[in-house]
Ligand binder design. Structure first.
Ligand SMILES: Cc1cc2nc3c(=O)[nH]c(=O)nc-3n(C[C@H](O)[C@H](O)[C@H](O)COP(=O)(O)OP(=O)(O)OC[C@H]3O[C@@H](n4cnc5c(N)ncnc54)[C@H](O)[C@@H]3O)c2cc1C
Length: 374
């Protein structure tokens, strides 16, 4: 359990525990693919749904620690990944002015429009996606190769090189002339993505999101928030996987017990593996909570966020793999929670920055920029 929570965050924890209990019961009796509206209603009445949404649309704009507590707690019951727990968050569209606010942000937050995030580009692209000014318009050319949910998106928030500035985030509707959906594909974790090309796509200059020249900064702030969400989900799932192994070992021992002689839980080797799993999960969890507190204190914690994401995904990957080994073949049967977690975490070690890139960035901060506390 997270230590040293103040009264406010202890209350958040209790709320998350009650919601987790409710969702676990729901997930046990309803097919996960049909569960969205019931999850949404339960989450709304618990006050969790709006935690990722701005106050201007009725959300509560929860801080980093409160979000970490909720995500960790829900994932520890393996319900954090269910659709509908959190309302759509503004992401890179946070704080945009008109006309983007009325035309896109508000309908998006209301669930009427869908968006994708266009950052990753094809490895063989001759140059980064770029935009040039033409009167009151921008003309965009290039490609984005891995837009989650892109095939169903009404618009993509894309990072481009904008002539005369370094970078800008721009909003591109997917039905504009020159936008081509080149490929729709699924990945191991069950999510769907799309690759797009942009050929002389004309968008109004008002589609620049935030300040031109600060696009990369805006994109990175969105990526940081997602990294924290991933880290908290993974930390909770570590607890879920370890608890499940312990429960399995206890049940096995009970089957071999007699009334006179209770069987010992786990072999020596199983106990060592289990202890190592708990030690690794404790370290990763400590990093997550420390990082959340730094963020809430207004510190620049970009390196700590990279460390928390990297530790959490790598640790869950190892913990879940060990958990499968200890539980045995049943853990690999389709639909088993450990099999599902194993699939999901494999993608998370690459998404939002591969582990090696995060490590190289931490080193770059120290060696090239003289920045960072890690
Ligand atoms: C499930 C999922 C969802 C995604 N959703 C989106 C999305 O919505 N929008 C989006 O824009 N992208 C998305 N991505 C793409 C994701 O951001 C990239 O896959 C990721 O950034 C890695 O880029 P890459 O695949 O081009 O691999 P590369 O960057 O080519 O990396 C390949 C290998 O090289 C290593 N490597 C690369 N650079 C370095 C370095 N500097 N130092 C050390 N090693 C290095 C990597 O660690 C890795 O082992 C998603 C990916 C996944 C798996």
């Amino acid at each position: 359990m997270p230590d040293f929570l103040d009264t406010e965050h202890t209350e958040v924890l209790r709320t998350a525990e009650r919601l987790a209990e409710e969702l676990a019961v729901l997930a046990g009796r309803v097919d996960e693919s049909d569960i969205g509206s019931e999850v949404r209603e339960a989450s709304k009445s618990a006050g969790v749904f709006g935690m990722t949404q701005p106050m201007s649309v009725g959300g509560t704009e929860a801080g980093a620690l409160a979000l970490a507590v909720v995500r960790d707690t829900l994932a520890s019951r393996n319900v954090g990944h269910l659709p509908g727990v959190f309302g759509p968050s503004p992401g890179v569209l946070a704080d945009v002015g008109e006309p983007l606010r009325s035309q896109f942000l508000l309908p998006y937050l209301a669930g009427e429009l869908r968006s994708g995030f266009g950052f990753t580009e094809p490895a063989d692209a001759p140059r980064h996606t770029w935009a040039r000014r033409d009167g009151d318009d921008l003309v965009v050319n290039g490609a984005k190769s891995y837009v989650t949910g892109g095939a169903d998106a009404d618009f993509i928030n894309a990072l481009v090189e904008l002539e005369g500035t370094e970078s800008a985030m721009v909003l591109i509707e997917t039905d504009r002339t020159g936008v081509t959906l080149k490929q729709r594909f699924g990945t191991l974790d069950g999510s769907h993505h799309a690759a797009f090309t942009f050929t002389d796509v004309r968008i109004p200059a008002t589609h620049v999101i935030g300040e031109a020249g600060r696009g990369l900064r805006r994109a990175m702030s969105q990526i940081n928030a997602t990294r924290m969400a991933i880290a908290a989900d993974c930390i909770g799932q570590c607890r879920f996987a370890i608890d499940l192994v312990e429960q399995t070992l206890v049940e096995r021992a009970a089957r071999h017990s007699s009334t006179d002689e209770p069987a010992r839980v786990g072999t020596d080797l199983q106990r060592v593996v289990l202890g190592d799993m708990r030690i690794a999960a404790y370290a990763a969890r400590s990093a997550l909570y420390r990082t959340a507190r730094l963020l809430d204190a207004g510190e620049n914690a970009v390196n700590e966020v990279m460390a928390a994401k990297s530790l959490a995904t790598e640790t869950l990957s190892r913990v879940c793999d060990d958990a499968v080994q200890l539980v045995g073949g049943t853990a690999l049967v389709d639909g088993h929670p450990l099999a599902d977690i194993l699939r999901r975490v494999r993608a998370l070690r690459l998404a939002e920055g591969p582990t090696e890139v995060l490590a190289a960035n931490v080193a770059r901060g120290r060696l090239d920029l003289g920045l960072g506390r890690l």
